[in-house]
Write a protein that binds this ligand. Structure first.
Ligand code: PLP
Length: 491
């Protein structure tokens, strides 16, 4: 008989889950976690979401206070993975192998630090101590292991094709390097990334990682990826997949650090916290929204944008107005330079209580490059109260001033994206409610702007100094769909 001889982490996570996923646009086919993990969009062009959001009970939250990060990740993810889909022991092994001190630099994995001297009650949650120094590692490292496991189980292989202007591409490459059954083909704009970003990506020597520098801008890279993906015959023959920000596996792994941040900042479940989130594609803050809906006592979710403020505009006016790429500014927080937030549809699905027909109609407009206006709906009017999201915008001048002031008052150096969140959140801190700003990258990745702010570049570690001198493995090409197809076909 299996008795609770030692009450292990597993026993906490072991409540049975039958989780199924549905499309935001109403397609009737339901999918499992492992199906949504490997597929991109739903068949009707929508995004997949849990049919019902699992809840976190008060006793669970209390029990979770004692867990190491990997066990918390197991407990949270178990709610999103049907027990007969990926078994609990496998999930436990994958999370345990992923969230280690060796990879993230501390036992806490996402430690908090106070910046009280800058703003009373404000803290920073470090999410950027993984291999590529940006928060995308938090989810992508797990995704690498989940992909390898799932592809092995299905006896399949996958060619991941993506376009990057920096953080996503390197996080994907470091997550997938050396993994069985996976090749990565990552397009980047030649000469347009920082020296640090180039060295980080192009110095990888793994046979399954293919860096392709395209003589053009990020949009040219993106267009090639779309053209290849739209060639359905090619896509099928060569098992083309993606790991972009709509990947549900990434969202679910991101929910974990909100739970962790909450638990680390509080001593009892009667307390609340707020989070401030540097936002672009709405992936990070969507995970926070889901954590809040699941029952994590989150007061406010502060959504910070840079000059590309399509999301702040929506939350403040009810008008969602995606912009064409010529209206998208190049800013000093480049990972938030987006004109259309790919995960936003998932939030709007919740806002309108799962009315898929309505979402499908709204996104018929968006997909034509048009806007929608929900300012007069009761759902929008109740939104702030119901979901706790407050949005604001930060500019280049704000970033410089914030990085400087935080450094001068607290000795802590933050990057440009984190600075956007800190700036927007500063005036929203409530007494007695910790405001946790998510650190989405380390300053060394954006050294030029940090230098402008504080007068010196963040020092490189000895390992980073070595990385900057390593031989590079990259092919440079003119923008050509055929050329990229040939490279994929030849690998
Ligand atoms: C990707 C990224 C963001 C934006 O996150 P979303 O999930 O797209 O909202 C913010 N900061 C950094 C450093 C990033 O790499």
């Amino acid at each position: 008989m299996r008795v609770a001889a030692s009450r292990s982490y597993n026993s906490i996570a072991n409540s049975k889950s039958t989780m199924k996923y549905i499309s935001t646009r109403g397609h009737p086919a339901k999918q499992t976690f492992s199906q949504v993990l490997l597929s991109g969009l739903a068949e009707d062009g929508g995004l997949m979401l849990p049919e019902t959001l699992p809840k976190i009970t008060d006793p669970e939250l209390t029990a979770w206070r004692a867990l190491p990060y990997h066990a918390l990740a197991h407990a949270v993810l178990s709610k999103f993975v049907a027990t007969d889909d990926i078994d609990s022991a496998t999930l436990a092994a994958l999370t345990k192998a992923t969230y280690t001190k060796a990879v993230y630099g501390s036992e806490e994995i996402t430690p908090l630090r106070s910046i009280d001297a800058y703003a009373q009650g404000m803290q920073i949650q470090a999410l950027s101590n993984g291999p590529t120094l940006a928060f995308k590692d938090m989810a992508m490292q797990l995704l690498g292991r989940l992909f390898e496991y799932e592809l092995g189980r299905q006896n399949k292989s996958l060619n991941i094709l993506g376009a990057t202007s920096g953080d996503t591409g390197s996080a994907a490459e470091y997550a997938m390097r050396g993994r069985k059954g996976v090749n990565v083909f990552m397009l980047s704009p030649a000469g347009r990334m920082s020296a640090f970003q180039r060295a980080q990506m192009y110095s990888l020597q793994d046979a399954n990682i293919h860096n392709i520098a395209v003589e053009g801008v990020f949009d040219d890279c993106q267009d090639i990826v779309k053209a290849v993906s739209n060639d359905l015959a090619f896509k099928r023959t060569h098992n083309i997949g993606t790991v972009n920000s709509i990947n549900w596996g990434r969202i679910s792994a991101q929910i974990v650090y909100y739970v962790r941040g909450y638990l680390a900042a509080t001593a009892s479940n009667s307390q609340k916290v707020s989070f401030a989130v540097p936002s672009g594609n709405f992936g990070n803050i969507l995970a926070g929204h889901i954590a809040r809906e699941m029952g994590v006592p989150i007061d406010t979710l502060v959504l910070a944008t840079n000059e590309n403020n399509v999301l702040a505009e929506f939350f403040n006016t009810g008008v969602y107005r995606p912009r064409p790429s010529k209206e998208t500014f190049e800013t000093s927080s480049p990972s938030m330079d987006i004109s259309k937030a790919s995960n936003f549809e998932r939030f709007v699905f919740h806002l309108f209580n799962g009315d898929a027909e309505r979402i499908a109609a709204m996104w018929r407009e968006v997909d034509q490059g048009r806007s929608f206006d929900v300012s007069e709906t009761p759902e929008f009017k109740a939104m702030r109260e119901r979901f706790g999201i407050v949005a604001g915008t930060s500019t280049h001048a704000d970033r410089l001033a914030t990085i400087r002031e935080v450094y001068e008052k607290t000795g802590s150096l933050i990057d440009t994206h984190t600075a956007d969140a800190v700036k927007v959140a500063r005036s929203l801190v409530k007494p007695g409610i910790p405001m946790i700003a998510l650190e989405t990258a380390l300053p060394v990745k954006f050294a030029e702007t940090v230098q402008q702010a504080v007068g010196f570049e963040p020092p490189l570690t000895p390992e980073q100094q070595i990385m900057m001198t390593l031989p590079l493995r990259v092919v440079q090409i003119a923008p050509s769909v055929e050329r990229v197809k040939a490279i994929v076909a030849a690998a």
